[in-house]
Ligand binder design. Structure first.
Ligand code: HEM
Ligand SMILES: *[C@@H]1O[C@H](CO)[C@@H](O)[C@H](O)[C@H]1NC(C)=O
Ligand SMILES: *[C@@H]1O[C@H](CO)[C@@H](O)[C@H](O)[C@H]1NC(C)=O
Ligand SMILES: *[C@@H]1O[C@H](CO)[C@@H](O)[C@H](O)[C@H]1NC(C)=O
Ligand SMILES: *[C@@H]1O[C@H](CO)[C@@H](O)[C@H](O)[C@H]1NC(C)=O
Ligand SMILES: *[C@@H]1O[C@H](CO)[C@@H](O)[C@H](O)[C@H]1NC(C)=O
Ligand SMILES: *[C@@H]1O[C@H](CO)[C@@H](O)[C@H](O)[C@H]1NC(C)=O
Length: 337
């Protein structure tokens, strides 16, 4: 007689947990989620970002910002990419969208991915990968001294699914304002699972890109409605900015970091210290011990800052993600299936 299979309740329970664990771990967000189902995904997204970057190095900032907006509204679920419909105004069309850009890069990568592995890679994951590739390209020379197409600032977890809700009002309620102080910023970041340290680290995304005058002009012209200036803005710098922006300008843009808006490095912290950052929210970092200490201690610590940026981006990328069978894998990023 062969041995009977043991029928101990403990063993069944252990087996059940084991399978539960397997199911859980293969569904969850992880580095290399598409290793088997779409092994070329990272190469394809990278290649696409590089192709656009070679044509226009300013593409890095919009790509980084898209992932941030995606993650802060409805979680990282690609909802920022959805178009408005006849009955719904999407996140894209909310006011803080000002100059959201880079959609065509995501669409190009998506088209190639749909051809290679149809229905497999989410738009939310393409955003996360493109943001990493963008910031890696902008950091490349700073970090290594020579340009390498394979330089990765950090590893991206994948396995997100796409959501189907995108609303203007959710965007307005969840995105931080550039006029906020440290208290509101702290509360907003905490609601996304991010700490004060993450706030200091991630704010340095403003080392690259541009801003419309509209997002900060009040600081030079009429900060509290008494024709005054933001005390957290250095006077001669304010005067310089006044030459670039009238009080009511809605069109012009200004570089976040004058003269180096395509290079990602911690010199943004130097601007904050000198009260020459564009937003009140940037200068608010001086107003809590944790953020202030971070700013002062990392202004010359490139390697440490790059490491921390990766850690905080991965954390941001985990906010309210859809996993497993939740949501869908969109075929076209701008519309639900
Ligand atoms: C801390 C709260 C934040 C506030 C209040 C804020 C606000 C803004 C504003 C108002 C603009 C300019 C929009 C315009 O007028 O054109 C901007 C641009 C930008 N933001 Fe933020 N942001 C914040 C955090 C972040 C984070 C966490 C990231 C990414 C990790 C990010 C990445 C960017 C980038 C790259 C740009 C430049 C975009 C371009 O040049 O097209 N921001 N942000
Ligand atoms: C995918 O492959 C990479 C590189 O070999 C590895 O680091 C990662 O852990 C793998 N992930 C999965 C889920 O297999
Ligand atoms: C989404 O909207 C953009 C801008 O309005 C438009 O160019 C694009 O064709 C739309 N995409 C789809 C799939 O409808
Ligand atoms: C951003 O939102 C405004 C409405 O506040 C809208 O007029 C504009 O077209 C939107 N921009 C983009 C690029 O969607
Ligand atoms: C400043 O703002 C106040 C309050 O909004 C407004 O009444 C006043 O006209 C503004 N002054 C200037 C110079 O724009
Ligand atoms: C640089 O930053 C890293 C990460 O925050 C930190 O661990 C390290 O101690 C810093 N190095 C110096 C010399 O301050
Ligand atoms: C969103 O997607 C889920 C899962 O695919 C579906 O059950 C749900 O009905 C969808 N919601 C809307 C508003 O379409």
């Amino acid at each position: 007689m062969g041995k009977r299979l043991p029928s101990s309740p403990f063993l069944s329970l252990a087996l059940a947990f084991f399978f539960l664990f397997l199911a859980k771990s293969s569904d969850a967000l992880q580095v290399g989620f598409y290793n088997k189902t779409c092994p070329d995904v990272e190469r394809i997204v990278r290649k696409t970002v590089i192709a656009f970057y070679k044509n226009d190095a300013t593409i890095t900032a919009p790509l980084l910002r898209l992932h941030f907006h995606d993650c802060f509204v409805e979680g990282c679920d690609g909802s920022v990419l959805l178009n408005s419909t006849a009955t719904n105004r999407a996140e894209k069309d909310a006011k803080p969208n000002l100059s959201l850009d880079g959609f065509y890069v995501i669409d190009t990568a998506k088209a190639e991915l749909e051809a290679k592995c149809p229905g497999v890679v989410s738009c939310a994951d393409i955003l996360a990968l493109a943001a990493r590739d963008a910031v890696s390209l902008a950091t490349n020379l700073v970090s290594s001294g020579r340009w390498s197409k394979d330089y990765n600032m950090y590893q991206v977890e994948t396995g997100r699914r796409d959501g189907n809700v995108s609303s203007e009002s959710n965007a307005l309620n969840n995105l931080p304002s550039s006029f906020w102080g440290i208290y509101k910023l702290k509360r907003n970041f905490a609601s996304k699972g991010l700490s004060l340290k993450d706030l200091a680290v991630l704010s340095a995304a403003h080392a690259i890109g541009n801003s419309h005058c509209k997002s900060f002009a009040k600081r030079m012209y009429n900060y509290t409605g008494k024709g005054d200036m933001d005390p957290l803005m250095e006077k001669s710098y304010a005067n310089k900015l006044k030459k670039q922006c009238t009080a009511t300008d809605t069109i012009r843009v200004v570089e976040m970091v004058p003269g180096s808006s395509t290079t990602f490095d911690p010199t943004y912290f130097k601007l904050v210290i000198d009260k020459k950052a564009l937003f009140h929210s940037d200068e608010a970092l001086l107003r809590s011990q944790v953020t202030r200490d971070y700013v002062f201690s990392h202004v010359n610590n490139n390697t440490g800052f790059f490491h921390d940026f990766g850690v905080s981006m991965v954390k941001m990328g985990r906010n309210q993600v859809l996993e497993g069978q939740m949501g869908e894998i969109r075929k076209i990023c701008a519309v639900r299936n």
